[in-house]
Structure formats: structure tokens, C-alpha cells
Design a binder for this molecule. Structure first.
Ligand code: PGA
Length: 280
């Protein structure tokens, strides 16, 4: 789909979608991706507990913290209620007990009581993770009953809208052969690589996010059907902070946010959670 087509589509599509969007939950979904931090379990516990304290008072925000694997089991013991839960940053694509050194299976995650998993993050893709591998992981995690947060996003934008073709291909290849019945356990996070982390070249605008969320729904509608497409929550991620979070959720019409750096600061992340909570 070309850029112009996305805009044309926007008028008819979005009027309808605003009513039905975010059906997995009416809450805004705010995910903290801690990446490879903090360095110690002690810090992880302190930060998680501070976030949990804030999140537990917010009925309209679903908080999901994704720490490194090694902290999951210990932090899980401190989870109470559903308002602030844990997710994993990755999973392997095989659930059997097999020879895969260094990997963690979807079965292990669900056995631990983990419900959410981020897959296909650009930092994993940069290390060689292909759409084919992401597809295997998505398939296996959905079969295991996990809720998958599939990350997609282009490394750069161009005037001619080539990036839309890239994102479309990423979605199609990552969701190949996924059965329709599993799609109510899917979210898609749009994370433009140029807007992520310390080396971000610019901050994305809510319009950038909105345009791609329409593209994602259009691609999903083509692969599955419109009803299913409308129900898949779309999140934005890339340099989200307390100052810009509201605009992505309102002007950008996102169902949620995937937050990196700011999620390691309980104060900043707490502000984002409170902003999200007020929007319902
Ligand atoms: P950032 O990271 O918020 O630090 O830009 C987002 C992400 O990579 O998920």
C-alpha cells in the first residue's frame, strides 16, 4: 500500500475503528521494556516495587514490566493482582526439552505464570533475527497461550513511502501461517528504529504513529479479516517519555505504549502510567 493510499484509507477506516479499537482490554496498555538493565536483582526489585505501588492504584492502565529473564522468577513472587504484571523480552521457538543452549522456551515462561512476551524487537533483529525466526517464535508462543507483543518498524523513512512496504512485509512474514483463533492474543508495537534509544535521529510524531497503525490494520484485514484486524491493539514505542506519552495516546490514537529508557525510572514511568490512566 502506498502512502497516499494509507491516507485515503484513513478517512473511512478510522471513523469505524475508533469505536471498536482496544477490545482486548479497554485499558491503555503500558509496557516497560527494561532491556539489559538494571545490573542487580536488588535494583530490579526496588524499581519494580515502586512501579507496582503506583500502577496498583490505576484501574485504567494495564502495566506490564518486561525485565531480563534472570529477574522474572524472583519478581513474579512479588506480583499481586492484575494491574502490574510481568512479561518477557523474548522467547525461543521450541517448547520441547531439546538441545538449545542459552534459550528459554514459551513453555517455561507460561509455567512461571508469565502471560506476555515481546517478540521481534529491532535490537534482536539487528543481531540477526529474521522474520522467519520471529514467525516461528510468534507461532509457538501463541500456541502456548502467551500474549505476543510483536514489534515492527522501519530503520528510516523516505518520501516515496518505501518504508510502508517494509513494514507490510515484516507483518506478513512474521505472521505467516498463524491461525486466526490465536489473534486475540496478539498486539503489535510500532517501533520506528530511527526513534528508539539514545541514538534516535528524531522523535516520531503522533501522526507518524497513527499512519502506521492504519497501515497495520489494513495489512491484518487483508491477511485475516477486518473484524480481527480491528481488535488487535496497536502500541507505539520509541523515546516515549512523560512529555510525549499523552499525544501518542490521544492524537496518535494508540492503544498503548512500549517504553524503554523511561521505564527504568519509576518516577518517569509512573507519570506515564498516570497520564494513561486518565485517558479512559
Ligand atoms: P526507548 O526504547 O523508549 O528507550 O527509545 C523503546 C524500545 O526499544 O522498546
Amino acid at each position: 500500500m502506498e502512502r497516499g493510499e494509507i491516507r485515503d484509507y484513513q478517512a473511512t477506516w478510522f471513523l469505524v475503528s475508533r469505536v471498536t479499537i482496544c477490545s482486548m482490554t479497554n485499558k491503555k496498555i503500558i509496557i516497560g521494556n527494561w532491556k539489559m538493565a538494571p545490573s542487580t536483582m536488588k535494583e530490579a526489585k526496588v524499581t519494580f516495587n515502586s512501579i507496582k505501588k503506583i500502577a496498583s492504584k490505576l484501574p485504567n492502565a494495564q502495566t506490564i514490566i518486561c525485565p531480563p529473564f534472570v529477574y522474572l522468577s524472583e519478581l513474579k513472587k512479588t506480583v499481586s493482582g492484575n494491574r502490574c504484571v510481568l512479561g518477557a523480552q523474548d522467547s525461543f521457538w521450541d517448547s520441547k526439552e531439546k538441545a538449545h543452549t542459552g534459550e528459554v522456551s514459551p513453555e517455561m515462561l507460561s509455567g512461571l505464570g508469565i502471560k506476555y512476551v515481546i517478540l521481534g524487537h529491532s535490537e534482536k533483529r539487528a543481531l540477526g533475527e529474521s522474520d522467519e525466526i520471529v514467525n516461528k517464535k510468534v507461532n509457538e508462543c501463541l500456541k502456548e497461550g502467551l500474549i505476543v507483543v510483536l514489534c515492527v518498524g522501519e530503520s528510516q523513512r523516505d518520501e516515496h513511502g518505501e518504508y510502508t512496504k517494509f513494514i507490510k512485509k515484516e507483518i506478513i512474514d512474521s505472521l505467516k501461517k498463524i491461525q486466526k483463533k490465536y489473534l486475540n492474543n496478539l498486539m503489535i508495537a510500532y517501533e520506528p528504529i530511527w526513534a528508539i534509544g539514545k541514538s534516535a535521529t528524531r522523535v516520531a510524531s503522533p501522526e507518524d504513529a497513527l499512519e502506521v497503525s492504519i497501515l497495520i490494520k489494513k495489512v491484518l484485514a487483508g491477511m485475516f479479516n477486518k473484524d480481527i484486524a480491528m481488535k488487535v491493539p496497536i502500541l507505539y514505542g520509541g523515546s516515549v517519555n512523560p512529555d510525549n506519552s499523552k499525544s501518542f495516546l490521544t492524537d496518535g490514537e494508540m492503544d498503548g505504549l512500549l517504553v524503554g529508557r523511561a521505564s527504568l525510572d519509576a518516577n518517569k514511568f509512573g507519570k506515564i502510567l498516570k497520564i494513561a490512566n486518565q485517558l479512559n
